[in-house]
Ligand binder design. Structure first.
Ligand code: AHR
Length: 539
């Protein structure tokens, strides 16, 4: 490390002046080692509520631009944030899904009951071809989760043949008959979902055996090497990770899995109707179906104390990543196995009057602060975290888009993905600072989180989040080993942490120009507003 940078690290102090905190931030381009994998910016879309049906996939009669039944206004909005991958068909739904029911003439496809999500009738009109057509329109890479919980080895194996083989075979013929001449070449392949819970309530040891068998028949066909993703732990269940790493990546040979998919949801800090923490089974899975029948806390009506506790839970993802990484590193010091966070985001009460199993929730500035903080954390752990998916894209949980008939709105979380897209595939630049505290009563949290990167043209981007709803933060930033002459910025904030976008007022929380950053000599001085997410572009 350069001597000057070392001195600046040591000087990385903060102090409080007149209710405003001041921070010395160092962005060190000289210490850059890792690339931020664009797949960290992925999304998850399940056959759940109105995500697929009445989300992407609408009735012919809906007066919106469409290709087949895919809504093109949604496609355009998602293209703008450059989503790198889309995980499908679930979720819990994946381990009940039988892909053969979703191909061929639509009027001949059998129906099924979506038992996880409201026992609604699934008509299978959105299946393999429709999903891959959507991915093509979005210019995004598919991540398909196969059915290990209630399917068979043969079923999964044949699905891969149908998707990826170009030679003479029964599955190739069937695909051609169904109108797709060439294979799609799907590479990201999930071997089950949450198999510690809705995917079969398995022990880690049993899942490892299952994975080994399913995976043996999940073949690589010419041109497409599968990147297999194992069903990872629930939250901080490090024992699950240990067993998987030992069984699937241990022994010094090649790992059988490309990645391991841990799920972590942020819940507001409320017990189940005041009954204390949610009960879990031996595998750390919710002892009851993972469904918001109990109160989680409102998406829109919450106090500062609830906000504080929610942020405390959200920021735990940093410690959880470190915990899994430590276990993984015991078996894989070169960090070849990816830590995937395949489901993340805030899970609140459903909107009043909506089906509780549809998980439709509003999205506030709080959720944008969670998204900005989480993505900063992912960026800073990009040596291990190589893929993640926000749950879920449209009308479900922490959605980026909400729809009402032909109307659609972009949520505050959408705007965070819009700001942060500049980090995709850029070189991560380490940052050093001591965060001021966000204090509430006798508790405190780090108020500031930051990540930085340099893109292929040499432009530096810094994303900063001030979670404190009451105080701004001033920063004096040193850009070590960066030649620059100008800074511009964009900000996402609003009057209240509870502010939302609605169909009547769709732009309450929207991106605005930021003029709180100045070049003064070699320093970049910033005044970061309270409860804000800021992107700085430095050239
Ligand atoms: O995203 C909703 C559900 O949460 C998914 O189906 C499941 O994988 C998780 O428990």
């Amino acid at each position: 490390m350069k001597k000057t940078a070392l001195i600046l690290f040591v000087l990385a102090i903060n102090f409080s002046v007149f209710g405003q905190s001041s921070v010395a931030l160092v962005v060190d381009a000289g210490a850059s080692k890792y690339t931020i994998n664009r797949h960290i910016y992925g999304h998850f879309s399940e056959h759940l509520g109105r995500c697929i049906y009445d989300g992407y996939w609408v009735n012919e009669s809906m007066p919106v631009p469409k290709q087949d039944r895919i809504r093109l206004d949604i496609v355009e909005a998602l293209k703008k944030i450059q989503i790198p991958n889309l995980r499908w068909p679930g979720g819990c739904f994946a381990d009940e899904y039988h892909w053969r029911d979703g191909i061929g003439p639509r009027n001949q496809r059998p129906t099924m009951i979506n038992t996880n999500w409201g026992n609604v009738t699934e008509d299978n009109s959105f299946g393999t071809h429709e999903f891959l057509q959507l991915c093509e329109l979005l210019n995004t890479e598919p991540v398909i989760v196969g059915n290990l919980g209630s399917g068979s080895v043969e079923e999964m194996s044949k699905w891969i043949e149908y998707l990826n083989y170009d030679g003479i075979s029964p599955m190739t013929n069937m695909r051609k008959q169904n109108g797709h001449e060439k294979p799609w070449g799907v590479s990201f392949w999930g071997i089950g979902n949450e198999n510690w819970g809705c995917g079969g309530n398995m022990t880690a040891e049993y899942y490892v055996t299952q994975f080994r068998q399913y995976s043996s028949f999940a073949k690589n066909y010419p041109g497409t090497m599968l990147r297999k993703i194992a069903s990872g732990a629930n939250s901080s269940n490090y024992q699950w990770t240990d067993v998987l790493m030992q069984g699937l990546a241990g022994g010094g040979g090649r790992s059988m899995m490309w990645g391991m998919d841990v799920h972590y949801y942020t819940r507001p800090p409320r017990g189940r109707m005041g009954q204390g923490p949610r009960p879990v089974n031996a595998q750390g899975a919710p002892a009851q179906p993972p469904v918001a029948v109990q109160s989680q806390g409102s998406a829109t009506n919450f106090t500062e104390a609830t906000y504080f506790g929610t942020m405390q839970n959200a920021l735990r993802i940093d410690e959880i990543i470190k915990g899994h990484d430590a276990v993984m590193t015991e078996y894989d010091s070169l960090k070849r196995v990816a830590l995937v966070i395949g489901e993340w985001g805030i899970w609140t009460d459903q909107e009043p009057g909506t089906n509780p199993r549809f998980l439709y929730q509003q999205n506030s500035l709080r959720d944008a602060i969670i998204a900005g903080s989480t993505l900063n954390i992912f960026n800073n752990h990009c040596d291990r975290v190589k893929m993640a998916q926000l749950a879920q894209t449209i009308n479900v949980l922490q959605a980026v888009i909400l729809t009402e008939g032909s109307k659609m709105i972009l949520t505050p979380t959408y705007h965070v993905f819009d700001l942060y897209k500049v980090h995709q595939d850029a070189k991560m630049l380490p940052v050093k600072f001591t965060s001021p505290d966000y204090v509430l009563g006798d508790q405190k949290l780090p108020a500031l989180n930051v990540s930085a990167s340099m893109d292929s043209t040499g432009v530096v981007h810094i994303t900063l989040v001030n979670i404190d709803p009451n105080k701004s933060i001033t920063l004096s930033t040193t850009l070590n080993q960066v030649k620059w002459s100008a800074v511009t910025g964009q900000v996402l904030t609003s009057a209240k942490i509870t502010d939302i976008n609605t169909f009547d007022k769709p732009n309450t929380v929207a991106i605005a120009k930021f003029d709180g950053a100045r070049k003064q000599g070699d320093l970049l001085n910033v005044v970061l507003p309270s409860k804000s997410v800021v992107l700085l572009t430095i050239k």
